[in-house]
Design a protein around this ligand. Sequence first.
Ligand SMILES: [Zn+2]
Length: 271
Amino acid sequence: MTLATLSQVLDPKSSRAVAGLVVLGWEEARAFVEAAEAAQRPIILQCGPGCRAYTPLPVMAAMFRTLAEAASVPIVAHLDHGESPEVCARAIDLGFTSVMYDGSALPLAENIDQTERVVAMAKRAGVSVEAELGMVGYAAGKPSFPTDPHEAAAMAATGIDALAISIGNVHLMQTHDAVIDWRALRAIEAAVPGLPLVLHGGSGIAAADRKRLAETTQVCKFNIGTDLRQTFGAALRNAVTRDPARFDRIAILSETIAPVRVAAQRLISGF
Ligand SMILES: [Zn+2]
């Protein structure tokens, strides 16, 4: 049994960061755990709103827990972008070991109030909480707003285990040239010493920057979606077109596992 909480795997003082890997289905969830075992590193399996709209949350919870219980390295079962305390409560009941409550679109006082509610119920269940302050925008979508250090200090007082911040990182980037505001990051670190910091939009951050962030700052979780979804898409396209006579789902989809495992292992080992 190697199911772990977020606070058990995140260490802002260590020179390494942990990957929060976006899961959309069984094949990549399996590939990610195999990659973590090969790299001998913990990972965070996470399902966000898109995943939950497609596959019911109890199915994802059972999938994450089944994989974690058989794994040889710590695996966190994490709810990504929980849009309400109710969704977080449901995830906690289903056995997720970590929840993100995303109140970043709310006024500060309301975000803090709701986050406090989530922290209170999560702590009773031994579950970790990630919150978000500022707004991490989307490539060709909603704009970003930077995280304010003073607001970060107020949010840290809620007892959260990790804080997602906006310092130039952007969701859904298909290039690797996000411009990180190091000065803003240092100001946030000074306001919340020792608090694990999270960067969503990790795919858009150059590998060298991710490594430097992991080694020299409190950033100790990178969310990665786009990079590995591109690997999955290419592998699936190849598996489908390689033999037009094939129709069996397992024969086709199982060929996506190895390429995703190799890409995920390279990524995990890189930071
Ligand atoms: Zn995100």
